[in-house]
Design a protein around this ligand. Structure first.
Ligand SMILES: Cc1cc2nc3c(=O)[nH]c(=O)nc-3n(C[C@H](O)[C@H](O)[C@H](O)COP(=O)(O)OP(=O)(O)OC[C@H]3O[C@@H](n4cnc5c(N)ncnc54)[C@H](O)[C@@H]3O)c2cc1C
Length: 508
């Protein structure tokens, strides 16, 4: 602890990954931190369902970029191993295409090379070159910008960055970049599917995000035994160990900053803090929680953003085996463009959906009762899509029939527990703009300095953290977001002290 925020009272709205991370970092600087979470559990979309012996992670299930988790825990003199056992998956994942073909992507890159070569002569070498480019981009991007929290436009204009950016055709789309390496559409899909993690498509995500291929092919795909909920438990324990106070079932309805501090309305009661970090979605924080007219943005700023997908989620406890589903399975039409169009261009329920099936019980039998499996199906959908009960039911039937047809696994008679989430769940339960599950997509115009930052234009003492702020979507990025917002709070508090304004105010 460096104590740079000693004596400051900081309120945090929301206990998602970004909020928990911020709570830990801010408390480690000596701040008196109080986190208010509206739900009975922390974790946000990284939630959990525990019922009838089945344990489901409701949101994230791919543990990627282990070094970022290490970095978080190391700051508090712990390691992930103090809290959970991490296993590397092999294969990384399995793909079923709708033409009857299927393939495993092995954890080792030599194995992946052979797979690529079997689809296209020369594609093994092309994969090696592609991944080398992805590694360089990742290292440059993480070292220079993401880890270092450099989000100003001038940070992006230095000579070596521009040179490297040119090499990856920074301004082009992933689709253009990838098709310069591979002709076979299946191979293109195998290096592009990770864009869905970023809330984007190959057609609207800049080639910079080729770095995601380094993340899965080179760095590997991991699983924390017990599920991602173990990561949330670990983060909550770290926040507590740093002295943060966490209140659950306490919704915040107003954030009112003034010259001396910020008043939150928590369950109808005013709570006074020197500064506030909001982990609630930025659009909702700015339009619903802050007083009207306080934020200095163009009127249509939020309407004009590109939202990442929402999701249709099925949480299924099933009896009996689910072979040949792997821990991570993707079911993909050979032409997936119509599904992306149904998400980003002409919102509608997809005719021929691409989807992801997660069966953590393949690695971790403890998450399901004996003889059973825990199955989660995720279908990306357009944010804002109407999702009445009848529509959801029809889509559920369609997906289960499709899964049986494409993989041979017919779950319909084996389901012992079932729960769903859809567009309205993310909108109503998490206050996400139009029910986007992931937040702002990582388009070129919503990346780096062009993405909402931690500071809010025109508003002092209130900050954003989480997936729709910098650096972006995903558990690792939200861990970093909590670190970076703390740097902003420390810098502003120091400035206030140096300029003679008191950074402190009295508690109510
Ligand atoms: C279905 C799904 C699958 C995903 N898969 C992966 C994956 O495999 N790997 C990966 O790394 N990432 C994945 N992600 C992305 C990742 O989970 C998110 O980017 C990350 O968890 C978002 O964290 P956040 O900090 O933005 O907070 P959120 O999860 O959005 O949490 C914000 C919190 O604020 C609370 N809140 C909101 N309003 C209020 C209020 N007024 N008062 C009090 N509290 C409030 C909410 O209840 C919530 O707890 C997935 C996301 C989803 C939805």
């Amino acid at each position: 602890m460096t104590g740079q925020l000693e004596g400051q009272s900081i309120g945090i709205v929301g206990g998602g990954i970004g909020g928990l991370s911020a709570a830990s970092y801010l408390a480690s600087e000596g701040a008196d931190v109080t986190l208010y979470e509206q739900h009975t559990d922390v974790g946000g979309v990284a939630g959990r369902i525990e019922a009838d012996g089945f344990r489901f992670d409701t949101g994230p299930s791919w543990y990627l970029m282990p070094e970022v988790f290490e970095r978080f825990f190391a700051h508090f003199d712990t390691t992930p191993a103090d809290f959970y056992e991490l296993v590397r998956l092999n294969p990384n994942y399995r793909v079923f295409w709708t033409d009857g073909d299927s393939v495993d992507i092995p954890a080792d890159t030599d194995g992946a090379r052979s797979v690529f070569e079997s689809y296209e002569s020369g594609a093994g070498d092309a994969l090696e070159q592609y991944l080398e480019q992805a590694r360089e981009t990742y290292e440059l991007g993480m070292d220079r910008f993401v880890m270092a929290n450099r989000t100003r436009i001038r940070d992006y204009l230095s000579v070596d960055v521009l040179r490297s950016a040119k090499a990856v055709r920074f301004l082009g789309t992933m689709d253009e970049h990838v098709s310069s390496y591979f002709d076979n559409p299946k191979l293109q899909q195998l290096v592009q599917y990770t864009l869905v993690f970023l809330g984007g498509s190959p057609y609207n995500t800049p080639a910079l995000y080729t770095l995601m291929s380094h993340v899965d092919y080179n760095l590997g795909v991991y699983y924390p035994m017990g599920g991602m909920m173990k990561v949330v438990d670990a983060m909550e324990a770290v926040a507590n160990s740093q002295g943060a106070t966490i209140h659950t079932a306490t919704p915040v309805t107003d954030i009112v900053p003034d010259t001396d501090g910020v008043t939150l309305t928590v369950d109808g009661t005013p709570k006074r803090h020197d500064r506030v970090v909001s982990n609630a979605p930025p659009a909702y924080t700015e339009r619903e929680l802050l007083p009207p007219g306080t934020v200095n943005r163009k009127e249509r700023y939020w309407e004009d953003r590109t939202l990442g997908p929402s999701a249709f989620m099925l949480y299924l406890g099933v009896e009996g085996p689910v072979d040949p589903l792997a821990h991570h399975t993707l079911v993909l039409p050979t032409d997936w463009r119509p599904h992306f169009e149904a998400i980003f261009d002409t919102p509608q329920w997809p005719e021929r959906p691409s989807y992801y099936v997660n069966v953590p019980s393949r690695t971790d039998p403890d998450v399901a009762p004996d003889g059973c499996e825990t199955v989660v199906v995720l279908v990306p959908l357009a944010a804002g899509l109407p999702d009445d009960e009848q529509q959801q039911q029809q889509f559920r039937d369609k997906i289960l029939a499709d899964l049986a047809e494409q993989t041979g696994v017919d779950l319909r008679e084996a389901i012992r527990f079932e729960q769903r989430a859809c567009v309205s769940t993310y909108g109503e339960q998490f206050n996400k703009q139009q029910g986007t599950a992931l937040g702002l997509a990582h388009t070129l115009w919503q990346t780096g300095p062009l993405r909402p930052g931690h500071r809010i234009p025109g508003v002092d003492r209130v900050y954003h953290t989480g997936g729709s702020a910098n650096p972006g979507i995903g558990v690792p990025m939200c861990l970093l977001s909590g670190e970076h917002v703390t740097e902003a709070v420390v810098a502003d508090s120091t400035d206030a002290r140096l300029s003679g304004r008191s950074p402190l105010s009295r508690g109510v």
